[in-house]
Design a protein around this ligand. Sequence first.
Ligand SMILES: Cc1cc2nc3c(=O)[nH]c(=O)nc-3n(C[C@H](O)[C@H](O)[C@H](O)COP(=O)(O)OP(=O)(O)OC[C@H]3O[C@@H](n4cnc5c(N)ncnc54)[C@H](O)[C@@H]3O)c2cc1C
Length: 380
Amino acid sequence: MTAAAPIGRAKNIVLLGIGHTNAHVVKEWQTDPIPGCKLICISKFPTATYSGMLPGTLGRQFRDDEMRIDLKGLVDRAGAELVIAETSGLDLEGGELHFSDRPPLRFDALSIGVGSMPAGWQQHSGSPLMVPIKPMQTFLHRLDEHLRSATTEPASPLRVAIVGGGVSSVEIALCLQQRIKKGQDPFSPLTVQIFTSGRIAEGMRAASVRRIEKLLASRQIDVYSGQRVVGVGDRELETEDGNRHGADCVIWATGAVAPPVLRTLGLQTDGRGFIATGKTLQSLTDDRIFAVGDSGTVMESPSPKAGVYAVRQCPILWHNLRAFFNHSPMRSFEPQSDFLKLLNTGDGKALIEYGWLTAHARWCWRLKTWIDKRFVGEFQ
Ligand SMILES: Cc1cc2nc3c(=O)[nH]c(=O)nc-3n(C[C@H](O)[C@H](O)[C@H](O)COP(=O)(O)OP(=O)(O)OC[C@H]3O[C@@H](n4cnc5c(N)ncnc54)[C@H](O)[C@@H]3O)c2cc1C
């Protein structure tokens, strides 16, 4: 389906969610806007958070503003429009995006990049212990508030449980612990435990996993592998083997599932609720609609939900949006099979995995910081 706008009217390119991939379109628009088109950016929050620097900011290695992108500034520099709103649905026939608290917005092309949510967060959202990692914009504030108000028995440490065994959970655990060691917070000391239904740092090579396990053990961070968390109460969580573990705070950082809104849009999805796309990143239901980053799944070559893939899609989306209006050939997204992994261990070092190399050193942290700051700096 390709809708034709009335002659003379500017066509609306709407970006829903300004994460890794969509933000690139806004940046490119500053110097090279698509003729005859207007760019409208929809975001739930006035800032975007760069996840690669979130653990380091938690660990007080960076200032809060260093990991944030001010969307108003970014959008203003592009001469585009920013709308702070949350969508409530899509009218494919009319080519409109709907909201609960503002009039519908017409689109000629739409790029959906609303990210993902941690699996199972909704199920336990009623527990006062829960601090889900998303939305990332408010995570640090919510965690601080929680740790400040949590009460423990006199002289006993605060018990923080992190649910999810991916690399981001490992980084959060290590950086939180290192931050408390700095002694600048009113709520030290604390203990950190990780619960994962699989194994720790899944997706990394065995040598890297061994290194991570050793590091966690040396920092007294207990890991409960193969233990799915099935309940979160007021003072404890329960694993599927029936064991109960005391906790004062539960950071919920499990693997990515589709945000509920994606299922309401009337677009074909993959088995997990993410929008099904072709290699051009266009929805299989409607070719005016692109789905990028965590929100989309390229059905022919699905890739893990990770920022590196969202970033690799940037030039493809930018090229294909222009090609859509010019009726010129589109480019295909081919995910790379492996990528450089750098894991912040919170102590001024990082763990690198690249090909067969695994190392844990200060130079890795300097490399990671350089890459992260260079990336986020382009939008700030
Ligand atoms: C702590 C942590 C660390 C991570 N570290 C790494 C890493 O080092 N390397 C890596 O490759 N991956 C990492 N990831 C994964 C990475 O963050 C995601 O894969 C990446 O953010 C996906 O990019 P995205 O653009 O799809 O979504 P996001 O970056 O999440 O952006 C989506 C945006 O859409 C907004 N939004 C959501 N819903 C709506 C709505 N209904 N309407 C409007 N706006 C909306 C959100 O507020 C957000 O700003 C990490 C994840 C976490 C949680």
